[in-house]
Design a protein around this ligand. Structure first.
Ligand SMILES: O=C(O)CCC(=O)C(=O)O
Ligand SMILES: [Fe+2]
Length: 331
């Protein structure tokens, strides 16, 4: 008898035992006895049992090896960004099912209770806010706040410009492809399709400043470099964690982002590293009766804290110096 036939016959016998058990109301003992008989009939030899044991053992070893390899790949990709094409491809290759845009974000957002804007006539401005006040009044309330001169010891104020970012990405092979695949690039009114296109600008165009763009950085190596140039804002609660995703907005005078609302995880801080930018904050339609539109100008060294999920917002860059902002969500 071939092993295939033996397996087929054994399957039929086991099925019989189980069917009889169901129709005859056999007890567990009777069922176990039946199954034992099946195994005796087929004379499962000790060598067969040994073979199946060693097969199981190999399966276990293989599973453990696979888990270890996946773990090592994740650690590598997290700390070096080098394994991005492998592991991240697996995890992130699928595009969003629903594209993120104004309409989708507006439909998707929860209705606001308007507590973040009720009675507010202007964006509160603070010079020396304490962690306690920030936590109590602003951190998670959805109320915006402008904190003046909050970045005084940041190296970014001196270092950041167009060429700084161009060199930073040039330093890390594949970082631009990584941004293109996994991060966001906001071209606004420019013709640039990717961050790589943006960095190809010639010097004349760079100095004309007739462009404004934004992008999120999700490349770990670039993130670690960027963090040498700025610190976690001093007013954030000790246990709050800034997201690993930095957002950078850069460009010249004129309109910045058009009016929109975001669908992100949490509120963010945004530091004005260079230049001046005016934010227009518009309460959601359900708060129209109770709240008003607010304008706030953020100057070099200031940080604005805003929940961009709750407020519609747009920006306008002031004439003069280039505007550069870096920001991150916090929890
Ligand atoms: O800084 C800008 O111009 C736009 C920023 C923005 O829309 C945001 O951070 O959500
Ligand atoms: Fe936004």
């Amino acid at each position: 008898m071939t092993s295939k036939q033996r397996a087929e016959d054994m399957k039929n016998l086991v099925r019989d035992v189980v069917t009889n058990a169901a129709t005859d109301g056999l007890s567990t003992k009777q069922m176990t006895d039946g199954l034992e008989k099946v195994f005796q009939d087929f004379q499962l030899s000790p060598s067969m049992l040994k073979e199946s044991k060693s097969f199981l053992c190999s399966v276990r070893i293989l599973s453990v090896l696979t888990i270890v390899m996946v773990f090592v790949a994740f650690v590598l990709s997290y700390f070096t960004g080098l394994a991005t094409d492998g592991v991240f491809d697996l995890v992130h290759k699928q595009d969003c099912l629903v594209p993120s845009n104004l309409l989708v974000n507006e439909i998707g957002r929860p209705v606001s209770d308007c507590s973040m804007c009720y009675g507010m006539e202007s964006v509160p401005v603070s010079r020396n806010i304490t962690k306690e006040t920030f936590l109590k009044e602003f951190a998670y309330s959805g109320k915006p706040v402008l904190i003046k001169q909050a970045t005084s010891d940041w190296l970014a104020l001196e270092a950041f410009d167009f060429y700084f970012f161009r060199e930073l990405y040039a330093k890390y092979p594949k970082s631009l492809q990584h941004i293109e695949k996994y991060c966001n690039f906001l071209r606004y009114n420019t013709e640039f399709v990717t961050l790589a296109d943006f960095f190809k600008m010639d010097d004349d165009r760079v100095s004309r400043l007739d462009w404004y763009i934004g992008w999120s950085n999700c490349d770990t190596r670039v993130m670690m470099e960027l963090r040498k140039y700025y610190q976690k804002p001093f007013f954030l609660p000790d246990d709050s964690i800034s997201s690993n995703l930095d957002w950078i907005f850069i460009g010249g005078a004129g309109p910045g982002a058009g009016l929109h609302i975001d669908l992100v995880d949490s509120a963010s801080w945004q530091a004005q590293i260079k230049g001046k930018k005016t934010w227009t904050l518009v309460p959601p339609p359900e708060c129209e009766q109770k709240c008003q539109e607010l304008n706030v100008t953020v100057e070099q060294g200031d940080i604005i804290v805003l929940d961009t999920n709750l407020w519609f917002h747009k920006t306008e860059i002031a004439k003069g110096e280039i505007s550069i902002t870096i920001g991150s969500e916090y929890d």
